[in-house]
Write a protein that binds this ligand. Structure first.
Ligand code: GAP
Length: 454
């Protein structure tokens, strides 16, 4: 990355903020890390949880036509044979004969029509060969071919193989969907762009089952739903590029696929795929298992294999998009009239890791501290709060700006009635984005905040 490129500089600042403030750490950092693996710190885990919870709320709890499930990461190897992953879930890999670096053939740079190694510039590369991305392990103590298992490379297959179980137990009628959020693992040849392409990540997937004749229209319906979702978490529509994948570039079984791409600082890249997968997956499992994964329409007295539309989003990529979208630097004037740079994460309040910072104006005034603790106790059961009494109030605001906290509440002398009874029981409420302040009664605080964060 050239440090002169403003986008690369922006990305460097985001990565540094994420580490400094406890959003994302390199996995196993004290041992030199592990390429393609990341840990989420105290703020990162809250952000990610808010995203997953909101996705679940929108797609499962608020809908009559959806149910959830949580499948195991390791499944019978037969699942991956039937789905086609064992035979074809691979990327083309090449080795550089000069520096021995490994690359994905389809990501190699080229000059004058010839591909070259981005590491050392050599054009002396091996022929591409298929590298299967599934991680292998063994179930049980014997490391034999019979005991070989894979870590799932997507959550979707657990939904397909449970189709019958869910149908029988939930009694849903078509069209209906099954949603799942969980870990997936891919042994990516070149993990890159921070958490964007990792070897361990989380997916939020929906398999929406329907009649064949409704497949195309429902794909467009889900596209609209998903764009609305991104808007509702603070990623505007104009930042999402919808790519209608042309015939020939789609998987052979898909009749329509949209990729949703976001303008990351490192380039426009995929956040989510919405694929109309026809009846490919259920039919493949019916053929391989011999089990009836079809659907019986009682009203029409008709049995058939449903088609499916699959909106499949990445938790980590969306989390990264949220951080990139929220990151801003601006010049402001401090209390002494000096210009300074304010770093702020402008998260949508519903995504923000901490919803409200609560400060006593002075830490050595017991009445202020006691009142602040009262406000903490009032709000804590309902939202993530952070109490902070250290340092000047301006510095405490800046700390919350960097964490993306949308609101801060200061308990001051007015609150405890030292300046007369009119403002007693009120606090200063400070807005992160405008930095404006207003007074609000403690009695109204919970409802005011809940309305904005839910
Ligand atoms: N079941 C369909 C499926 O898995 P996919 O396009 O391979 O489709 C869906 O993956 C989403 O999972 C992607 O749009 C992306 O958000 C996320 N994803 C895939 N590979 C990833 C990786 N290596 N690191 C982070 N996220 C990834």
């Amino acid at each position: 990355m050239s440090t002169k490129d403003p986008n690369a500089q922006r990305m460097e600042k985001i990565v540094s903020l994420c580490k400094r403030r406890g959003f994302i750490f390199q996995s196993s950092e004290i041992y030199g890390g592990l390429n393609g693996f990341w840990d989420y710190g105290p703020l990162g885990v809250e952000l990610k949880r808010n995203l997953k919870d909101f996705w679940w709320r929108r797609n499962v709890r608020e809908r009559d036509d959806m149910v959830g499930m949580d499948g195991s990461i390791i499944m019978n190897r037969a699942v991956w044979k039937a789905s086609g992953h064992e035979a074809t879930f691979s990327d083309p890999m090449v080795d550089c004969k000069s520096c021995k670096a490994r690359h994905r053939d389809d990501q190699l740079p080229a000059k004058d029509g010839a591909k070259y190694c981005p590491n050392c510039g050599s054009r002396d590369l091996t022929e591409p060969r298929a590298f299967n991305l599934m991680f292998k392990s063994y179930a049980g103590p014997v490391e034999s071919e019979d005991n070989m298992v894979y870590l799932r490379p997507e959550t979707a297959q657990a939904i397909f193989v449970n189709f019958r179980n869910v149908c029988d137990t939930s009694r849903k009628k078509l069209p209906f969907g099954i949603a799942q959020v969980g870990k997936a693992f891919r042994n990516e040849i070149n993990p890159r762009n921070y958490t964007f392409r990792s070897r361990e990540f989380e997916q939020m997937e929906i398999e929406y089952f329907c009649r064949a004749e409704d497949g195309l229209a429902l794909t467009d319906y889900w596209l609209e739903q998903r764009l609305k979702f991104y808007e509702d978490i603070g990623i505007p529509r104009e930042k999402i590029h919808v790519v209608d994948i042309p015939d020939g570039d789609r998987a052979f079984y898909s009749k329509k696929t949209y990729d949703l791409e976001y303008e990351f600082p490192f380039g426009i890249s995929e956040l989510e795929g919405i694929a109309y997968r026809t009846d490919y997956d259920l039919s493949a499992h019916i053929a391989a298992s011999g089990k009836p994964l079809d659907y019986f329409d009682q009203e029409k007295n008709e049995k058939f294999v449903p088609h499916v539309v699959e909106p499949s989003a990445g938790v980590d990529r969306t989390t990264l998009a949220l951080i990139c979208e929220a990151f801003a630097e601006e010049t402001v004037t401090d209390e002494k009239g000096n210009a300074e740079t304010r770093t702020v994460l402008r998260f949508h309040p519903r995504m923000a890791p901490i919803k409200v910072g609560i400060f006593p104006l002075l830490k050595n005034k017991p009445e202020l501290v006691a009142k602040a603790e009262e406000v903490v106790a009032l709000l804590r059961p309902h939202m993530m709060v952070q109490y902070d009494e250290a340092g000047a109030i301006g510095r405490r605001y800046r700390r919350q700006d960097e964490a993306g906290t949308p609101f801060c509440v200061t308990i001051d002398f007015d609150t405890i009635g030292e300046n007369g009874p009119e403002k007693q029981g009120t606090v200063t409420l400070r807005h992160r984005d405008s930095m404006e302040q207003e007074r609000i009664a403690i009695a109204d605080l919970k409802a005011w905040l809940l309305e904005r964060i839910s």
